[in-house]
Design a protein around this ligand. Structure first.
Ligand SMILES: [Zn+2]
Length: 139
């Protein structure tokens, strides 16, 4: 679980972990939980696909898998398969969506170069804040 705090002076968002649970394997969770997350991921992928399409950018992927990774929130293979971490289900929506957008942008830019971040900034102009917030969250 995470709570969002706002810094008084700058109004910057801070996400803080409020409870620490022992990490579980995907198989430890019910099918409903996995299915719920799969639905949410698919919904957000489609949402951002249309958002980018409005900017003349076409995003096409193959398969979407949910994994219980311990080192990354998501990944995009050169076969255009997207992987997302099951632990995303505990993230606030904004961070959740940032991961979706991050991996979607890797469909076009398989690196973290300037062009990649330009793409990300279409959906998240404040991606730097989200990126560093995400980095500060432990798996
Ligand atoms: Zn990346």
């Amino acid at each position: 679980m995470f709570k969002i705090f706002f810094k008084k002076d700058t109004n910057k968002r801070i996400f803080k972990k409020v409870s620490t649970k022992k990490s579980k394997k995907v198989s430890d969770f019910s099918k409903d939980e996995v299915e719920f997350l799969r639905q949410k991921i698919n919904d957000r992928l489609e949402f951002y696909k249309s958002l980018y399409y409005e900017h003349g950018i076409s995003l096409e992927w193959n398969r979407v898998s949910i994994r219980n990774q311990s080192t990354r929130w998501g990944s995009c293979s050169n076969k255009r398969n997207l992987n997302f971490n099951f632990k995303m289900k505990n993230l606030p929506n904004e961070l959740f969506d940032y991961i979706i957008v991050h991996e979607l942008c890797h469909l076009l830019q398989m690196n973290h170069g300037v062009d990649f971040w330009k793409l990300v900034s279409i959906a998240f102009p404040d991606f730097q804040i989200l990126r560093s917030t995400l980095k500060s969250i432990r798996f």
